[in-house]
Design a protein around this ligand. Structure first.
Ligand SMILES: *[C@@H]1O[C@H](CO)[C@@H](O)[C@H](O)[C@H]1NC(C)=O
Ligand SMILES: *[C@@H]1O[C@H](CO)[C@@H](O)[C@H](O)[C@H]1NC(C)=O
Ligand SMILES: *[C@@H]1O[C@H](CO)[C@@H](O)[C@H](O)[C@H]1NC(C)=O
Ligand SMILES: *[C@@H]1O[C@H](CO)[C@@H](O)[C@H](O)[C@H]1NC(C)=O
Ligand SMILES: [Zn+2]
Ligand SMILES: [Zn+2]
Length: 317
């Protein structure tokens, strides 16, 4: 831990030196605009206390938020009436409850303090629920059942629908970076690959020049053509695709750091998370797991037994 702290201090200097090219690409953002006020999730504050029956400006934004992360889909409901308005209806209430279950909050369906503050934490852009099945919570139920009705709750990793994974011929994966990726980010991602390699059957190496890498990493802003636009500073931080796609995108509008730096997000922590997606893991409801969807500024996190168990189960190891 002490070594990690020393590393963080050292990398603060690195951050300033090496992330300059990245930061200057967004010089239109004065440093003070990087505070919470600019977060795309800020609107949630105005919904504090809302519950079923309320009609409050901003509820439409809450619907978009819960749609984006897989909790709400008016297309699957017979009643489309409120898909685009500020009415807090039954469907929205049940989506809020599902969200609360996954984040260990009281499943009241009301936007209480804890629900609002949990929703506002910057997070991964990948949905928690893909195609309607809430594996983030089902895993937990399954464990409860196995423990013969005891109330010992065990949360769980998840996979993408259909359990996509790399074939055995692809356990040695190659990676490459979009040109212009800052050296600090390259080093961070390499360190994250090493973390996974040391605990799984995968190995990772830089693709030889001219060869097509299995995994590509780069920084992108706003709409960047893959159907999952980033949202400026705060909000979603990064996303990656299920096997065997190999794309891993950082949001270039974030304030990035190497290590725990107040007001910034750790490149390594986010890389360890996104590599989990690249290998086939979905989000976990275990708060300490790297695959938990959100990450606060100024903190670092590493692999957790839940993440490793997920990979072992997915690959029958
Ligand atoms: C929600 O509705 C209740 C009445 O049911 C009202 O007292 C409250 O002020 C409303 N809250 C908001 C945030 O609109
Ligand atoms: C709902 O359907 C509309 C029109 O087909 C589509 O544009 C939108 O992306 C769908 N929304 C969701 C959450 O699937
Ligand atoms: C849709 O929901 C609204 C209010 O929630 C209700 O008034 C309306 O009757 C519903 N329509 C159908 C077809 O269920
Ligand atoms: C979601 O389900 C639909 C229909 O069941 C299917 O066509 C689609 O491929 C699924 N998407 C994913 C990501 O599995
Ligand atoms: Zn994620
Ligand atoms: Zn992208």
């Amino acid at each position: 831990m002490a070594a990690l702290k020393a590393f963080s201090l050292f990398s603060l200097a690195l951050l300033i030196l090496l992330l300059l090219p990245l930061l200057s690409a967004h010089a239109t953002n004065p440093p003070n605009s990087l505070d919470k006020k600019t977060s795309p999730f800020e609107f949630l504050k105005g919904l504090h206390g809302c519950h079923k029956g309320n009609k409050t400006k901003g509820i439409q934004g809450l619907k978009k938020y819960l749609e984006q992360f897989g909790y709400l889909n008016y297309n699957h409901s017979k009643n489309h009436t409120h898909s685009n308005d500020d009415v807090f209806d039954d469907l929205l209430e049940s989506a809020v409850k599902t969200y609360q279950l996954n984040y260990h909050l009281k499943a009241s369906g009301t936007l209480d303090d804890k629900t609002v503050s949990t929703m506002m934490v910057p997070r991964c852009g990948v949905a928690d629920i893909v195609n309607g099945t809430n594996w983030m919570h089902l895993g937990k139920k399954w464990h409860d059942h196995k423990s013969h009705g005891s109330f010992h709750t065990v949360s769980h990793y998840s996979f993408f629908p259909g359990n996509p994974r790399w074939p055995p011929s692809k356990y040695r994966l190659t990676y490459g970076f979009v040109s212009g990726t800052p050296t600090a980010a390259i080093n961070a991602v390499v360190q994250a690959f090493q973390a996974w390699a040391s605990r799984t059957h995968f190995t990772f190496s830089q693709a030889p020049s001219g060869a097509r890498p299995d995994i590509t990493v780069g920084f992108y802003s706003r709409d960047h053509g893959d159907g999952y636009p980033f949202d400026g500073t705060g909000g979603t931080l990064a996303h990656a695709f299920a096997p065997t796609d190999g794309r891993f995108h950082y949001d270039g509008d974030e304030r990035w750091s190497v290590g725990a730096v107040p007001g910034a997000t750790d490149l390594i922590t986010v890389a360890v998370h996104e590599i989990g997606h690249l290998l086939g893991l979905g989000h976990s409801s275990v708060q300490q797991a790297i695959m938990f969807p959100s990450i606060s500024q100024g903190v670092t996190k590493g692999l957790h037994p839940d993440d490793i168990e997920g990979i072992r189960v997915l690959y029958n190891r």
